[in-house]
Design a protein around this ligand. Structure first.
Ligand code: SAM
Ligand code: DTB
Ligand code: SF4
Length: 339
């Protein structure tokens, strides 16, 4: 298997404009239109999503992205879903921050297991200059030298930090909007939606691709889900990667009592994201352990073209490598290979 040259969401407009039958790229979807997609008969929604998916991504391959938590727990933010927030009794503090070499050893192991992207997380409100940031830059350089894509998620950052990350070769920065602007205040009070948007703009300005998505199962309405997708699709260019998470309701978090989502809601969210953002990678993210094999395959068919790969996400579990290999084989899909 070889690495495919995939048109980036940023490069797509010119491509789309010159390719007959290519899906239209729009940034002006109304919330009503999006809600209409989310609520349409499922079989019709799937047909629409598959049509867009096949036209936009003819060399369909699933990207395997492995995650590692470099700095775990003790985060000042009050994200109601997050096991790493100091405001939640689930917070795991006292775990030492990982150093450069052990992180690179994990990246090599992830690559050997077949990962194409290596994502590293820091439970920070924002990046501060100093030794931990210098270590982050060394990790990014090391991951890139292996030939893997490198992604960092570490909260807010400054223009100068974004530029240094870009210079280190960072492929993508993950920063999620999580939910609609209206529902956001129910979930996080320590940083605003506007601050999130400003962080995304800084990442873009530095020339780093964006990984930005959200979570379903936070007690939001379908209109809120449409609102989240409207903001994401309104970004120009679209985020190159759009993680769709289902809440992992961790004991001790403010959302521990949330009922699990119906897996078909996740299928609808993936399908709608695919229709709105044809060339973006739609990543089926947290919550896969609660999904049947069949529900996951339906998500792939609805347009998901990436999964988190490896036994753990940041602090919670994920299907193991063997079962994911079996899943992909059962679905008959190929995966992206590192250079
Ligand atoms: N602190 C950084 C930040 O918030 O940007 C990076 C790490 S944070 C854990 C990354 C993302 O993981 C969050 O934005 C959220 O979307 C997702 N996440 C965290 N806890 C989750 C949970 N229990 N279930 C589903 N997704 C979760
Ligand atoms: C994203 O959207 N999901 C990933 C990744 N980006 C960093 C994180 C999921 C975290 C799930 C809860 C945990 O494992 O702590
Ligand atoms: Fe901190 Fe990120 Fe968790 Fe929010 S989601 S509490 S910012 S680690």
């Amino acid at each position: 298997m070889t690495t495919t040259a995939r048109p980036s969401a940023a490069a797509a407009p010119a491509t789309a404009a010159h390719t007959a039958g290519a899906p239209a790229l729009r940034h002006d979807w109304s919330r009503g239109e999006i809600q209409g997609l989310l609520e349409m008969p499922l079989i019709e929604l799937l047909w629409r999503a598959q049509g867009v998916h096949r036209a936009a991504n003819p060399g369909y391959r699933v990207q395997l992205a492995s995650l590692l938590s470099v700095k775990t727990g003790g985060c000042e933010e009050d994200c109601a879903y997050c096991p790493q927030s100091m405001h939640n009794s689930s917070d795991v503090s006292g775990r030492p921050e990982l150093e450069v070499e052990p992180v690179l050893a994990r990246a090599r192991a992830a690559q050997a297991a077949g990962a194409h992207r290596f994502c590293m997380g820091w439970a920070w409100r924002d990046i501060r200059d100093g030794a931990p940031f210098e270590a982050m830059l060394a990790m990014v350089r090391g991951v890139r030298e292996l030939g893997l894509e490198a992604c960092v998620t570490a909260g807010m950052l400054s223009d100068a930090q974004a530029e240094r990350l870009a210079a280190a070769g960072l492929t993508a920065y993950n920063h999620n909007l999580d939910t609609s602007p209206e529902h956001y205040g129910q979930i996080i009070t320590t940083r605003t939606y506007q601050e999130r948007l400003e962080t995304l703009a800084r990442v873009r300005q530095a020339g780093i691709t964006l990984c930005c998505g959200g979570i379903i199962g936070l007690g939001e309405s379908v209109n809120d889900r449409a609102g989240l997708l409207q903001v994401l699709a309104g970004l120009d260019p679209h985020p190159e990667s759009v993680p769709i998470n289902a809440l992992v309701a961790v004991e001790g978090t403010a959302l521990e009592q949330q009922p699990p989502i119906d897996p078909l809601e996740l299928v609808r969210m993936v399908a709608t994201a695919r229709i709105l953002m044809p060339f973006s990678r739609v990543r089926l993210s947290a919550g896969r352990e609660q999904l049947s094999r069949e529900a996951q395959i339906l998500c792939l068919q609805a347009g998901a073209d990436s999964i988190f790969y490896g036994d753990t996400l940041l602090t919670t579990g994920n299907p193991d490598v063997a079962s994911d290999r079996a899943l992909l084989a059962a679905a008959g899909v190929s995966v992206e290979m590192a250079a």
